[in-house]
Structure formats: C-alpha cells, structure tokens
Design a protein around this ligand. Structure first.
Ligand SMILES: Cc1ncc(COP(=O)(O)O)c(C=O)c1O
Length: 323
C-alpha cells in the first residue's frame, strides 16, 4: 500500500563508496547514502518525512505549519523551507532565547519567513498548545508537526527510503546500515522497510540523546504503527531494534572530540561534510565500532547521512572547529 505524499525531495539520493575513509580506518567497505542531498534548503532526512506529513496537512486544508525543536533544529529549517515553497505560513517553537544572533539553521529559518516563538524545554508543551490555539483562533488553519516529524506517517517515509536504497543496491550486499537516531522516525522507517523486505542486514541506530532502552521502545512503536498504515500486519518489538547509546558524550548538541574527529576525517578523506550534532556523533560511533572490530572483515557498512550541515556554521560549533 502506498500513502499519499507530495514530491518535495530530489530522489533517489545517491549511494557512494567511501574508499579513502575505509582505507584510513583499515576497516570494512564503507558506503554512504546521501540524504544530505534531499534538496530542500540544504537537504536532510526531514524532507522525506515532510513529503508525507504535508500531503495530510494539505488534505486537511492547513495553511500554517507549526513545529518544534532546538534553536539549531534541522527539522525546523526544512519545515520552514517547505512552508515557503508551498506558500504556507510557518511558526517554529524553539528552545532558547530571542537574544541570540541568528546563525546556521536559525538564520535560514528567518530567510524562509518563519515566525519564531521562544520557549524552554520545561514550558515546551504548554507553549506549543498556546501557539496552536492562537493560530487556530486567528483562522490560520494550523497543522502541528511533532518533534523531528517522528510520527507513524513520517516514519513511513523512511520505509520507502529503505526500498529506494534496496533497489539501488540490487547487486551489492550490505551487511549494516548505520544512522543517527534521535526522535526515532528515521530508524523506525528503515527497520520497518528492512523487515518488510526480509532484508538480511542489520540497521544500527547510534543514539544521539536517548538511553538505549527508551529509544528501542520508541523506534519499535513507530515502526509498528507506520507498518499498520502501510498494510503490514507484523509488529516490531524493542528487541528487534538495534540501538547503541555509548556515544551520548556530554549531552545533546554538545560537540566533543569524537564528533570533531569524525567531521575532520570525513572531510579530509572524502570531501564530505558531517554535522556537529547528529551525523558527526553517529559517524564517531561508527568509527569507534570499526576500531574495536565490531564489524567483521569483509563486511560492508552503509552510513546513512541524514544531513544537518548548516549547524557547522552556527555558534558554538563554528568557533570550536576553527583550526
Ligand atoms: C541531521 C539529522 N540527522 C538525524 C536526525 C535524527 O532523525 P530522527 O529524529 O528521525 O531520529 C535528525 C533529527 O533532527 C537530524 O536533524
């Protein structure tokens, strides 16, 4: 069964080999799926999810998108860009304060004409509700997109992304897909797609900010609910989901030495940019797993690049990454 979706992303995104990175690490064969090239406003994984959510929003007659995230949220930046592209309003409920100089994703949010409502983590739910109610009363026909667009519909987009990759890899055996996992929708969709296709490889989510147990539960739930919408009747259990949360470092959004090393290594060996929050952390985890011989010799590992590079140009990352 196919779900309604708009065509917003440039698909399929390429899959490319990473021979110099692989040689430098003395590790398995490495490939990368370039979802940083989905096309909308510097790309990233949320564009695929938004294709599905926006079809529902339009069917509901929505005129304003409301979503939520960190000040440097890639999800919010892609949502704001899509709203501009479709002639819709956009309100972003962001953690932080209005005093900060806009840089990185936040600067781009302003370009797209998004209205910013500042909040704190504690007051977030209350602020979202108040913002939604005010937009509704003002006749703006709001449509609420959850954190990271990680609901069953958004996750279904990544089951289709798995199918896309499987088609591209018809003649290549891939043993592992490694991806950053945070609100869980990306990993849920990939896990669902893999299960549906009876794929023999494993999907490994490197947790960005959640304990392993919690993230497995979320991913299994989203995968099962997305499957339900797609007419797939088997549910996925937490024990079917592979999550590694050894790389949380000092916490969400705090770039440490492992992320910095991963960013420099990908850039120096492959001319490829990672981001400091998500793909930098996921790649750092993958690099550590390679160094500790987690992957067997002769295996092929596909790193699913989920985007996020505008944050490279945001403070405090830009300053920290200067030579
Ligand atoms: C660049 C990037 N990679 C990965 C993720 C994680 O994806 P998910 O929230 O679907 O787990 C995000 C989420 O914001 C992201 O911005």
């Amino acid at each position: 069964m196919k779900l309604p979706h708009l065509s917003l992303a440039c698909l399929p995104t390429p899959i490319q080999p990473l021979p110099r990175l692989s040689a430098r690490l003395g590790g398995p064969r490495l490939l990368v799926k370039r979802d940083d090239l989905t096309g909308v406003a510097f790309g990233g994984n949320k564009t695929r999810k938004l294709e599905y959510l926006l079809a529902e929003a339009q069917a509901n007659g929505a005129r304003t998108l409301i979503t939520v995230g960190a000040a440097q949220s890639n999800h919010c930046r892609q949502t704001a860009a899509v709203a501009a592209q479709l002639g819709m309003g956009c309100i972003l409920v962001l953690n932080g304060d209005s005093g900060q100089i806009p840089s990185g994703n936040l600067l781009l949010d302003h370009f797209f004409g998004a209205q910013i409502v500042w909040t704190t983590r504690e007051a977030r739910q209350e602020t979202i509700k108040a913002t939604f109610d005010a937009a509704w009363e003002a006749g703006r026909r709001p449509y609420l997109i959850p954190l990271g667009a990680s609901n069953p519909l958004g996750s279904a987009a990544y089951a289709a992304a798995f199918d896309e990759a499987a088609h591209q890899l018809k003649n290549v055996t891939v043993d592992w897909i490694v991806a950053a996992s945070s609100s869980g929708g990306t990993q849920a969709g990939l896990a669902l797609g893999a299960r549906r296709a009876l794929w023999k490889g494993r999907i490994l989510g490197i947790s960005i900010d959640e304990p392993e147990h919690d993230l497995k539960e979320v991913v299994a739930f989203l995968a099962s609910e997305a499957g339900d919408r797609l007419g797939y009747d088997k549910r996925l259990q937490p024990e079917d989901i592979l999550v590694n949360s050894d790389y949380l470092g000092q916490g969400y959004g705090i770039m440490g030495e492992p992320e910095e090393e991963a960013i420099r290594l990908f850039a120096e060996t492959e001319g490829l940019l990672l981001d400091p929050v998500y793909t930098g952390r996921a790649a750092a985890g993958m690099i550590d797993l390679i160094r500790s011989n987690f992957f067997k010799p002769g295996e092929t590992v596909l790193f699913w690049h989920t985007g996020g590079q505008p944050a490279l140009f945001a403070e405090p990352y830009g300053a920290a990454l200067r030579p």
